[in-house]
Design a protein around this ligand. Structure first.
Ligand code: GDP
Length: 446
């Protein structure tokens, strides 16, 4: 999961700091030293860590702490603020022209970074915002590339322009694509350019030529978060040789360290616009530095969770669930329904990671809770209960559990485990329900 190891380390450091009650200057110093180590281990570049620590230290010994505020909370707040500012402070989006005129987005990156997948994801996102995007396949060197673009585009109902007669070079294909888009009522063209295995002059020259033939509004570099500091070097090279307006960081879902997300802005001076959080075509999220910092520090990302819920759970269902939660009548039938909703929202882990105050150990209990096979067993167990037991799980005595286990063809241990999970989930659903109800209600530290 994104940032998992960095997040665990920072949360531990702060937990120890909070436990102490009164803090000495020495305590703060040693905590900050640990923060520094955690960032270095997360593969944040040395230069960036050095300047980050200087900013934090300057503030930590400055006026803020002398106000007599709780020093532990202050340190956490400073680290959170500085993490946010490291990632750019404000959310930055694509530069999109009004829908009545054309916007051209050029996607660049090395092979395998996720350029083609991301082009399709971006098209889907823009379509949902009311634009009419056209994808253009410019990778004439790998026949499979255009095919892949077409397959993805079909899934999301987006048209693809390509040079089916193999007559032109990429800069002219780009020009023709924009001409075609103008004539056919599209208002965005996303150019999926050819990558290479590594930075090379031909690729850079080609990107230059494309920019000469068409007016590019956004030059977007796609980099793979898992490649660590290499990704930062790639970004520096593209910025220097072609010029970039922003970065899309892919595969953040598998990047437990997070060094690229934390280094790229400070090193290259360009913002991260979106992050790829999975292989599916709706796994592209807008990048909000403050929400990301919150998530890293275990303060949750309530805003993203609410947005996801609004997109995936219909209002009526949510209201019904909320009612049940309030009346504390959340039973096993609701548990099944909520598992299904979680699945739609990107899985239990992804949802839990956004809830403030949910620890990694709490999360690990749910690791396989909604994997398909486990779901089927869970269903079998729940359907072996009587309706009364399902709506009032507290009456599940050991002898009833034994009967349920027998009915579902599983061990009593499994039934017990489900009951424990259910209890946990009842608690979490309550937190989640309160959040949906109350909007941005964050649990702070201290
Ligand atoms: P390209 O060569 O740059 O066009 O890369 P592709 O779009 O073909 O992507 C390479 C691989 O990365 C594919 O298997 C994608 O499914 C995968 N991929 C792309 N973005 C993400 C992401 O955000 N998360 C994960 N887990 N995989 C991704």
């Amino acid at each position: 999961m994104a940032f998992e190891s960095l997040s665990d380390k920072l949360q531990n450091i702060f937990k120890n700091l909070r436990k102490k009650g009164k803090l000495t200057e020495e305590d703060v110093k040693s905590a900050l030293k640990e923060v520094k180590l955690a960032l270095l281990e997360a593969d944040v570049s040395f230069k960036v860590v050095k300047s980050f620590m200087k900013d934090v230290q300057d503030r930590a010994v400055g006026a803020d702490v002398m106000n007599g505020l709780n020093p532990g909370q202050m340190v956490i707040k400073i680290v959170s603020d500085e993490l946010t500012s490291l990632m750019g402070s404000e959310m930055v989006d694509l530069k999109l022209n009004p829908q009545t005129s054309m916007t051209v987005i050029m996607m660049m990156g090395l092979n395998g970074a996720g350029k083609t997948t991301t082009s399709a994801k971006l098209a889907a996102k823009l379509k949902s915002r009311g634009y009419r995007p056209l994808l253009a396949g410019l990778d004439i060197y790998r026949p499979a590339a255009v095919k892949q673009l077409q397959v993805n585009a079909e899934k999301i109902g987006i048209d693809v322009y390509w040079d089916d007669k193999h007559e032109f070079l990429p800069p002219d294909i780009a020009k023709n694509a924009v001409g075609y888009a103008q004539q056919n009522g599209y208002n965005i063209v996303i150019l999926d350019t050819a990558g290479r295995l590594q930075i090379d002059k031909d690729m850079m020259d080609e990107l230059h030529e494309i920019k000469e033939k068409v007016t590019v509004d956004d030059s977007i570099l796609v980099v793979d978060a898992m490649t660590g500091q290499d990704a930062v070097n790639v970004a520096s090279a593209f910025e220097e040789k072609v010029g970039i307006d922003g970065v899309i960081l892919t595969k953040l879902d598998g990047d437990t360290r997070g060094g690229v997300a934390l280094s790229i802005r400070a090193t290259v001076g360009k913002p991260i616009l979106y992050v790829g959080m999975g292989e599916k075509l709706d796994d592209l999220q807008q990048f909000y530095p403050d929400r990301m910092a919150s998530r890293i520090l275990g303060m949750g990302d309530v805003m993203t969770l609410i947005e996801k819920a609004q997109q995936n759970v219909n209002e009526e269902q949510a209201r019904a669930m909320e009612q049940k939660l309030r009346k504390a009548s959340f039973g096993f039938d609701d548990y099944l329904a909520s598992m299904d909703q979680m699945k739609k929202m990107g899985g239990m882990k992804s949802v839990l990671s956004m809830i403030p105050g949910v620890s990694t150990s709490q999360m690990s209990q749910f690791e396989d809770a909604i994997d398909e096979k486990a779901m089927a067993r869970t269903e079998a167990i729940i359907y072996s209960m009587t309706p009364k037991e399902r709506s009032n799980p507290d009456i599940l005595t050991p002898s009833r559990r034994a009967r349920v286990a027998k009915g579902a063809g599983v061990s009593i241990d499994e039934v017990n485990r489900l009951c424990r999970q259910f209890e946990q989930s009842r608690k979490l659903m309550k937190q989640y329900g309160n959040m949906l109800k109350g909007g941005k209600k964050r649990r702070g530290f201290g």
